[in-house]
Write a protein that binds this ligand. Structure first.
Ligand code: FES
Ligand code: FE2
Length: 441
């Protein structure tokens, strides 16, 4: 296989206007370069502030291969630090989450740190008198991640010192988070019901592409939708559907439905699929919830918030948001051929319990490792990862609705089955990789 390190021009050649090279999915070296450059230079989703609600609460999470620690401070702020003891590098905490009390104590030689990472104390102090420890990095306490943005309680980090600001990077797509939070009558979300984790044996980019792929549900999910349709056969369209039925049936909506739902791409790989409507648009109305929304936001604004329900909004490269039904998926790349997918459910403060039941039902049905939908996709991602090793054709087609005019525009609204949403991700990929590799050269 080609060597890519120190060769940004070879990286650039992998992304053509209407197709991409298979090495993007297969090469371990490219994966390592992505960790160094792409994931360090872009804004990556770390977690939700409600996961650390009390002072001393922490969450550990690797981003771009670096172990990080998100901690709630006594003054209410959320800090992110590297999970590495300043002495010899032991991870201060190894649990996924917990509460550390008023300080961190390293399990190895018992150095202690305040919640903001400042050094607190160490045993056998007198042995350090007259040494350079205080002036050295190790005497300064924990290293903090400087570029942290808490946007309406969604916590993002940028590990590199160079790179775009949070607002410049995400731009208009932030409206998808606003809409999700505004769906709470009190403007507040909290994670609920734990997390569903799924390790998929495929490249992370394949998963993100699929989030924008509307041509596959009719074939890939045929057995699941046909089973739902058979169960529902003979019922009148007006019959109230059980929640699971309401969530499953739209997967079989047909090519025209998905084409008409429309999509929109933005600079830096972000997109919104379902700008006109989506598989979530026709869920039953919840009068009690809608009344609470009108009371909180006023008639017009409440209608505007609730009417908007895209299928997926991609915050490239790590997050996919479903405003309705208040679920997110987080993409955590582990290796060129291994990706951890997390599905989280949110509770909207001030909304009836039924809204939370809806997201729990959706996540179990569609995203859990034992779902009736996700396993169809997972099976095919693993198949692609193997299939791409075949000889004869080294390229992956992204030709659908390609138009050379799209190259000159950053924001485009288009039909829902246009592979532009994927081409847009790969153009952003090439751009971030080039920027990172040039900065490192
Ligand atoms: S490695 Fe943490 S105190 Fe020694
Ligand atoms: Fe799918």
């Amino acid at each position: 296989m080609t060597s890519y390190r120190h060769h940004p021009e070879r990286i650039a050649a992998l992304v053509q206007d209407d197709r991409v090279h298979r090495d993007l999915y297969l090469s371990d070296e490219i994966f390592a370069l992505e960790q160094e450059h792409l994931f360090a230079n872009t804004w990556v989703y770390l977690g939700h502030a409600s996961q650390v609600s009390e002072p001393g609460d922490f969450v550990t999470q690797d981003v771009a291969g670096r172990p990080l620690l998100m901690v709630r401070q006594p003054d209410g702020a959320v800090h992110v630090m590297y999970n590495r003891c300043a002495h010899k590098g032991t991870q201060l905490v190894t649990d996924e989450c917990g509460n550390t009390g008023r300080f961190f104590r390293c399990p190895y030689h018992a150095w202690t740190y305040k919640l903001d990472g400042a050094p607190l104390g160490l045993p056998l102090k007198n042995g350090y008198e007259g040494t350079q420890l205080k002036a050295c990095e190790s005497g300064q306490g924990l290293s903090v991640v400087k570029h942290v943005k808490v946007y309406r309680d969604f916590v993002f980090v940028r590990l590199s010192d160079s790179g775009p600001s949070f607002e410049d990077y995400f731009g208009e797509v932030l409206g998808a988070i606003d809409n999700m939070v505004d769906r709470s009558p009190e403007g507040k979300l909290t994670v609920g019901g734990g997390v569903l984790r799924n390790i998929v044996h495929c490249n992370w980019k394949m998963y993100l592409e699929n989030i924008n792929d509307t041509v596959h549900p009719m074939s890939t999910h045929e057995s699941a939708t046909k089973a739902a349709e058979a169960l529902w056969e003979g019922r009148a369209p007006t019959d109230p559907k059980p929640m699971a039925m309401e969530q499953m049936l739209p997967f079989g909506s047909g090519y025209e439905f998905f084409d008409k739902m429309g999509g929109r791409v933005f600079a830096n790989g972000h997109s919104v699929l379902g700008v006109n409507f989506s598989i979530h648009s026709n869920y039953a109305q919840l009068p009690e919830y809608e009344a609470a929304m009108r009371a909180a936001h006023g008639e017009e604004r409440a209608a505007e918030i609730l009417q908007r329900s895209p299928q997926n909004s991609v915050f490239y490269p790590s997050l996919s948001v479903k405003g309705s039904p208040q679920a997110i998926r987080v993409i955590r790349p582990l290796a060129a051929n291994r990706t951890l997918i997390e599905a989280w459910s949110f509770r909207a403060t001030g909304a009836p319990a039924l809204l939370f039941e809806r997201v729990m039902s959706y996540n179990r049905l569609v995203f859990s490792p034992m779902s009736v939908v996700a396993h169809d996709d997972v099976h095919l991602f693993e198949s692609i990862q193997q299939g791409l090793r075949a000889g004869g054709n080294e390229w992956v087609s992204l030709h659908r609705n390609y138009d050379p005019a799209e190259l000159a525009q950053e924001t485009i609204t288009t039909n829902g089955t246009n592979e532009l949403l994927m081409r847009n991700q790969f153009r952003a990929w090439a751009k971030s990789m080039a920027a990172g590799m040039e900065a490192a050269a």
